[in-house]
Design a protein around this ligand. Structure first.
Ligand SMILES: Nc1nc2c(c(=O)[nH]1)N[C@@H](CN(C=O)c1ccc(C(=O)N[C@@H](CCC(=O)O)C(=O)O)cc1)CN2
Length: 280
C-alpha cells in the first residue's frame, strides 16, 4: 500500500477550506525567512500558496542572510504583539551566526504553529500535545487516515532532531507504540531497523535504507529529502526494492512533505480558534 501524502493532504486542505469558510474566523499565518536559500524559499512559497487555497491570510517577513539573532528576535516579537497574527513560523535552517534556539524560544508558545518551542515540546512529551511539529504530526495523520494500528507495535525512529525524530518518538509513545530512537552513534543500526513494525527514517542519505534492512510487512515512512547523483529528488528509502517487502510505504515526493504543509494549515486554524476563544 502506498501512503499518499499528496492525496490525504488534498483531502485535508479541502475540508479545512470549508471549515474556515464556515467559521467566521480570519486566520493569519506570518512567515519569517532569512537569506536566499532556494529550498527554503520554495517551502515558504508552498506555505503561502496553501494559505491562499484554504482561506488563511498570510504575511511574509524577509530578512537578509547577514542578519543578527537580535534582529530576527525583534521581527518575531513584533509578530507576537500583533493581534491579527495567529501563527508564526520561522523557516529553518537559519544561517550559522543566528542562534536558532533563541529564535525558536522568542516565538510566543501560543502562536508557535511549528510546535518547536520548548513549551510545546514539553507538552508533547507530557502526553498533552498542543501545537505538534508539522512533519511528525502529518505522519500521525497518515497513520490515522490509512487505519494503521500503532498500539503495541515496535516503532524505530532513525534520527534524533528536535523538529522530526524526537517529537515523532513522543507521538508514537503517546499512541502506545514501543519506541527506539536510533542515531549516528547507534551500535547496530541495521539490526535495530530490522526489528521495526513501524520504521520512520529521517537520516538524510539518498536511498540509504535497502530491502535487507527492513522487516517483512513493515510500515515504512520516509522523511528524507535528498538528491541522488543525477540530481533527482529522492528519500532515504530505496523505494523500488523496499516497497515490495513493506506492507505500507510513503513515496518521495508525494508522501510526508505535503502532510507537513497540511498540518501547518491545521495548526494555524487551531491557533485562530484558540485566540478567538480567549476574546469571548
Ligand atoms: N520552520 C520550519 N522549517 C522547516 C520545516 C518545518 O516544518 N518548519 N520542515 C522542512 C522543510 N519543509 C517545510 O518547511 C518542507 C519540506 C518538503 C515539503 C514538500 O512538500 N516536499 C515535496 C517535494 C517538493 C520538491 O519538489 O522538492 C514532497 O515531498 O512531495 C514541504 C515542506 C525544513 N524546514
Amino acid at each position: 500500500m502506498i501512503l499518499s501524502g499528496k492525496d490525504i493532504s488534498e483531502k485535508r486542505l479541502e475540508s479545512l477550506k470549508e471549515e474556515i469558510e464556515n467559521s467566521g474566523l480570519n486566520p493569519c499565518l506570518a512567515t519569517v525567512i532569512v537569506g536566499n536559500d532556494p529550498a527554503s524559499q520554495m517551502y515558504v512559497r508552498m506555505k503561502h500558496r496553501a494559505c491562499d487555497r484554504v482561506g488563511i491570510k498570510s504575511a511574509g517577513v524577509e530578512l537578509p542572510e547577514e542578519v543578527t539573532t537580535s534582529e530576527v528576535v525583534e521581527a518575531v516579537s513584533k509578530l507576537n504583539a500583533d493581534p491579527s497574527v495567529h501563527g508564526i513560523l520561522v523557516q529553518l535552517p537559519l544561517p550559522k551566526q543566528v542562534d536558532t534556539e533563541a529564535v525558536i524560544e522568542s516565538v510566543s508558545p501560543e502562536k508557535d504553529v511549528d510546535g518547536f518551542h520548548p513549551y510545546n515540546i514539553g507538552q508533547l512529551f507530557s502526553g498533552r500535545p498542543q501545537f505538534v511539529p508539522c512533519t511528525p504530526g502529518g505522519i500521525m495523520t497518515l497513520f490515522n487516515e490509512y487505519g494503521i494500528e500503532l498500539s503495541g507495535k515496535k516503532a524505530v525512529v532513525v534520527g534524533r532532531s528536535v523538529d522530526v525524530g524526537r517529537p515523532m518518538a513522543a507521538l508514537l509513545i503517546n499512541a502506545d507504540a514501543t519506541v527506539t530512537v536510533c542515531h549516528s552513534r547507534t551500535k547496530d543500526l541495521e539490526a535495530e531497523m530490522k526489528e521495526a513494525d513501524i520504521l520512520v527514517s529521517a537520516i538524510g542519505k539518498a536511498r540509504f535504507v535497502k530491502e535487507e534492512m527492513v522487516k517483512e510487512g513493515a510500515v515504512v515512512i520516509d522523511v528524507g529529502i535528498n538528491y541522488d547523483e543525477n540530481g533527482n529528488l529522492c528519500g532515504d528509502i530505496d523505494f523500488d526494492t523496499v516497497s515490495k517487502k513493506s506492507s505500507a510505504i510513503t513515496p518521495v515526493p508525494g508522501g510526508v512533505g505535503p502532510m507537513t504543509i497540511a498540518t501547518l494549515m491545521e495548526n494555524t486554524l487551531k491557533s485562530a480558534k484558540y485566540h478567538a476563544d480567549l476574546q469571548n
